[in-house]
Design a protein around this ligand. Sequence first.
Ligand code: IVH
Length: 693
Amino acid sequence: MMTKEEARQRIAALSEELEQHNYNYYILAKPTISDYEFDMKLEELARLEREFPEFLLPSSPTQRVGGGITKEFKSVKHKYPMLSLANSYSREEIADFISRIKKTIDEEVEFCCELKFDGLSISLQYENGVLIRAVTRGDGMQGDDVTTNVKTIRTVPLKLHGDFPPFFEMRGEIVMPFESFDKLNGQRLEAGDDLFANPRNAAAGTLKLQDSKEVARRRLDNYCYYMMMDDLEDRYKTHYESLQAAKKWGFNVSNYMALCKTIDEIFEFIDYWDVKRHELPFAIDGIVLKVNSYEQQQALGFTAKSPKWAIAYKFKAEEVETELQSVDFQVGRHGTITPVANLSPVLLAGTTVKRATLNNEDFIRQFDLHYGDTVTVVKGGEIIPKIIGINFDKRQAGALPVAFVRTCPACGTELIQNEGEAAWYCPNSQGCPPQVKGRIEHFISRKAMNIESLGEGKVEFLYDAGLIKDVADLYDLTYDKLFGLANDKVSFKEKTAQNIVDALEKSKSVPFERVLFALGIRNVGEVVAKTIVAEYHDIDAIINASVEELSAINTVGEVIAQSVRQFFENPVNMGIVERLKAAGLQFAKADNSTSALSQALAGKTFVVSGVFANYSRDGIKEAIEAHGGKNVSSISSKTDYVLAGDKMGPEKRKKAESLGIPVISEADFEAMIGEEKVTAATEEPENVQLSLF
Ligand code: IVH
């Protein structure tokens, strides 16, 4: 057992070492130890901190993994107000900015040109080299204390090294790199959650999460671009100098900066980054120009909103004006109503845009959208084009405002809204056609049951024809029911009908985890389904699991657990599950790598003896199990068959005969499993054998 003093020293040494490795890895991108060694040291530190909680420091590297919960973000007043920047969009505006400056300063002016990070600004306060507080911009005068969440960001130093001042603030931008953004939206898509429109919104949403573990997972980044403290200009002569010092203390300061003296040099930087920005791993929306000398900055001063010594040059997002023709209200498979704008087709960033998402009711209200409005559409880092503004001058007299529907456009049911959410839902989950069709389409999708031969309008056709009302009805489809069906869009010819029947049959061997995903439980995506199946053997175990049990599974959480419970508490869903079970879908985990091929030998016990022509001894035993049978080693009255090969011992044969147990040959056995295969399975027998042995 360590003494207290030894523990204190070890904790201090480990903390320092880990923070240095963090800096090497995330800021310098030059790691000097392996991830494994790092994790081992971090684990040791966490263990010591648990044993000696009196030495757990707020700046400990263990804080980066998160865990702290912020129930309510405290509003705090900024020591120095957080101003914004004046925007400019053209060379003329930059020229004007420079000549305004030259009116006050009649010596040479040097500009620091920087990237304009597209995230949200943050104020980081350090006392004696330790991060004590992180505050959002808020209204510029006061913002929210998001310290616990910010500590999880690897590029925010928790403890500084070098000759830092005793108190100062670093200003910077929190961004979500494209890689993190794509991953997050990918997961949300899978879970059926609303997608974030761009990395900035995603970063803002993430910073306001209550659970800092989730913040840690989402991998935000931070870039610092401005230092604030009393008497700053006594320490450094220029902004650039202060940033280079900050970099030495451990801050993440971009290398992409240039000191320029003429408008031509400035535009060389701007034009370069207008093109090269597409290669950066995060979004920038322009360039920031700052007068480099602090003395000159002071001489220039501030307006009420922004410094006179700095300006932002904004890149042009590709945008275009077009007319809002109509609005569709789409119903998702979970009943969420999404308004979608139909636009007069227009060319934007290389593609023709006809539709744009309107997100939800709040979005429509915010823009006070009217039918026939001329709207500005952009395509940025977003997936679907979005409307960013309205040209009110072009609004037609008598135009009608876009009103959000109150009843479901598909089934007429009154819509409901969950408390605290902007989205509206149609609660008629069983009777609302797009919801039912959406669920069937999800069920047959490639990553679920993979019955793709049913895609492209066929589900719609079969649903409208009354042949399928839920996913269980799919398994009542037969070649005879399908063949010959047709309308002007789809037709079920011989081959199509046969392919569908074959794909349905084949789907009966799709593993349990994909079946669970296919059921379309809200919030249960592919990964979550896998995670749940890893914990439970079969569907009944999941049906019987409580919310507490389910949410105890790592990464499953309360919200998902509730969705699972709700799904199985619904008798309609249970009925469907029962029918799918009866149809023969996999509702239990395969017990070993050789998944079940058939149930031809279910409940039968075998004793294997002798040598076989087509199987090894182990191979034939595996085949018995793969068809649902059981192997035992010695013959008893409970044995169903003795499977006899060449050279079977005479004692065994005698015993079998005396107990009246049938002795079967290899050929008999093959007939037993082969027969079943012809009627129930569609795989070619050769393939089955190949994959087995
Ligand atoms: S300096 C007093 N530098 O842009 C000047 N801001 O539109 C403080 N931003 O609120 C800002 N990159 O969130 C500065 N290199 C950069 C920046 C930057 C992005 C953001 C910042 C600011 C906003 C103004």
